[in-house]
Write a protein that binds this ligand. Structure first.
Ligand code: FAD
Length: 518
């Protein structure tokens, strides 16, 4: 593993011991209600690791706050030092060290997971007030079991925190209809880089509110979010449909996300590319949803190429709906689509099991050591007009043998994203999420992982060279020039907001956008 492209602090380094002593003295004087680990204690946990497994930056201390007050005290204390930084850590599911603080303070938001959990009604809408450190998985279970309610927009995997995904965007197959998770939040409690505790919304401190959403943790730490809810269905008809032709796949995917009437489409639309072979991880066997289903390649047309496409859709329904009525709706929706007939894989599952579907993948990957190995993932948004060329060059050439993991590709609508937030997306109304979720076999050496990182870089470079309208999702850059390019004409706004809300550049140092100012 290339672990540790980052810098380790030598344990016997005199300077770092003095630094540890300073921080230990400062932290002990803070009178926090939560707990603190220093020195070796701080690095025994996971604050110097993330899901990406390629970077490691050791913090001086890890703080487990009891709530927003503790977060504010820590940030104010960092202000009094010339070089101390503070990183909120959600569940550490970043890829490139974004939730780490090299010789800084890591605030483990998981300790605040239960600080807020309240259903509130405002002007006829129902919301959940929830802690920034809560896991979406817990939000789902408690909302559905206790209230029969659920957030509208999700991520595919739910062991991510509310504050972590709201600092990025939060995207899954519901985003075409409701926008990303950041489009489904009405109010936030934030502790800014000045240590101020602020409640903000569209009408109250809107600059902070919109900057924080998708703001990569740069402006404040989210301690509470007010998330819009809807009533939760009991069940889901989850279906995978296979396409041999890219054009037909994208035409149908775009049709489903563009239909104005909710009842005219599915409630969830995603898609992925897979290899036209019997490879168990990358090929035909990766498609069926039930062990009893068999992918019979004899149904594929002669024209099928080296990769195939799968549209993944889901329809919500309730236990009280007659099965015949559900079948009729599904049949009507499928009638319009041009997938390869007979390569259609439906299952009925509970709504909660559907949303927890990646948990099974996690269990499997943990069992075979692939969850804890490095993950050189690449996530991007590519505009519709560039996707065909991307498909030819990337999916059909560079990645034609697969990546040992899912290659997601599905359309989103720009009009469901709010330009006032910090997240950057392509210009066109329809753009695609492209996610290369690589799971290299365990024990790959550093050189093999580096090759995959280089392949990702090559793909990004290709998009740049071809002048594509694209943006990195979970961007990772090392120079200010690259960040400026990422934000384009919104860079000035981003930089000025940083000056207003975190003038000393204390927060989220792992994003490597701004350097600490003394
Ligand atoms: P972390 O990785 O811990 O933190 C991410 C960034 O946010 C850091 O800069 C951190 O400092 C900052 N931060 C964390 N908490 C707060 C807070 N309370 N306030 C302010 N800043 C904070 N994303 C999707 O959109 N859709 C998906 O379907 C999806 N699936 C995923 C599946 C897997 C297996 C993995 C590993 C990731 C997936 N992600 C997905 C990416 C995920 O959204 C990001 O990794 C995100 O960072 C959330 O992870 P986290 O809560 O662990 O945050």
């Amino acid at each position: 593993m290339i672990a540790c492209l980052g810098r380790f602090v030598p344990e016997n380094d005199v300077e770092s011991r003095a630094e540890n002593d300073d921080v230990s003295t400062i932290c002990k004087s803070l009178g926090l209600k939560g707990s603190i680990d220093f020195g070796v204690g701080a690095t025994n946990g996971s604050a110097d690791k993330d899901f990406g497994g390629m970077y490691s930056y050791k913090p001086l201390a890890v703080i487990r706050p009891s709530g927003a007050d503790d977060v504010a005290v820590v940030i104010k204390a960092a202000h009094l030092q010339s070089n101390l930084t503070v990183a909120a850590r959600g569940n550490g599911h970043s890829i490139n060290g974004q939730a780490m603080a090299d010789r800084g303070l890591v605030i483990d938001m998981g300790s605040t997971g239960d600080s807020h959990f309240e259903i509130v009604k405002v002007k006829g809408s129902t919301y959940l007030d929830v802690s920034g450190g809560a896991l979406w998985e817990d939000v789902l279970k408690r909302c559905v079991e206790d209230f029969g309610l659920a957030p509208r927009s999700w991520t595919d995997y739910l062991r991510l925190t509310v504050g972590g995904t709201l600092s990025n965007a939060g995207v899954s197959g519901q985003a075409f209809r409701y926008g990303p998770q950041i489009s489904n939040v009405a109010q936030l409690d934030v502790v800014t880089g000045n240590g101020d505790m602020v409640t903000c919304s569209e009408s109250r401190q809107p600059e902070l509110f919109f900057n924080v959403l998708g703001g990569l943790g740069q402006f404040g730490i989210i301690t509470r979010a007010r998330v819009l809810l809807q009533s939760a269905p009991d069940k889901v008809r989850w279906i995978r449909l296979v396409y041999a032709e890219f054009d037909e796949f994208t035409r149908d995917a775009e049709l489903l996300v563009s239909l104005k009437e909710e009842r005219e489409s599915f409630d969830y639309v995603e898609g992925f590319v897979f290899v036209n072979s019997d490879d168990t991880v990358n090929g035909w066997p990766s498609v069926p949803l039930d062990p009893a289903q068999v992918f019979d390649p004899a149904h594929l047309p002669q024209t099928a190429g080296s990769v195939l496409y799968c549209l993944e859709v889901a329809l919500h329904y309730n236990n009280s709906d007659p099965r015949s009525a559900v079948d009729a709706v599904v049949d009507r929706l499928l009638e319009r689509l041009g997938f390869v007939s007979k390569l259609n894989f439906p299952v009925d599952v509970s709504y909660v099991d559907f949303l927890l579907r990646v948990k099974l993948v996690e269990e499997h990957a943990r069992a075979n050591g692939m969850w804890d190995s490095p993950h050189p993932w690449l996530n991007m948004f590519v505009s519709k007009s560039n996707l065909a060329e991307f498909n030819r060059a990337v999916f059909n050439e560079i990645l034609k043998d697969g990546i040992n993991g899912p290659m997601l590709v599905y359309p989103l609508l720009r009009s469901k994203w709010d330009d006032r937030t910090s997240v950057m997306v392509p210009e066109e109304e329809i753009f695609y999420l492209v996610a290369l979720l690589r799971f290299p076999p365990p024990h790959e050496d550093g050189a093999s992982i580096k090759k995959l990182v280089d392949q990702n870089r090559g793909i990004v470079q290709y998009c740049k060279d071809r002048g594509f309208d694209f943006k990195l999702f979970f961007p990772h850059y090392k120079s200010e020039e690259e960040w400026k390019c990422h934000f384009g004409d919104r860079w000035t706004r981003f930089r000025d907001s940083k000056k207003a809300f975190d003038p000393k550049h204390i927060l989220a140092p792992g994003q490597k956008i701004f350097s600490r100012i003394s």
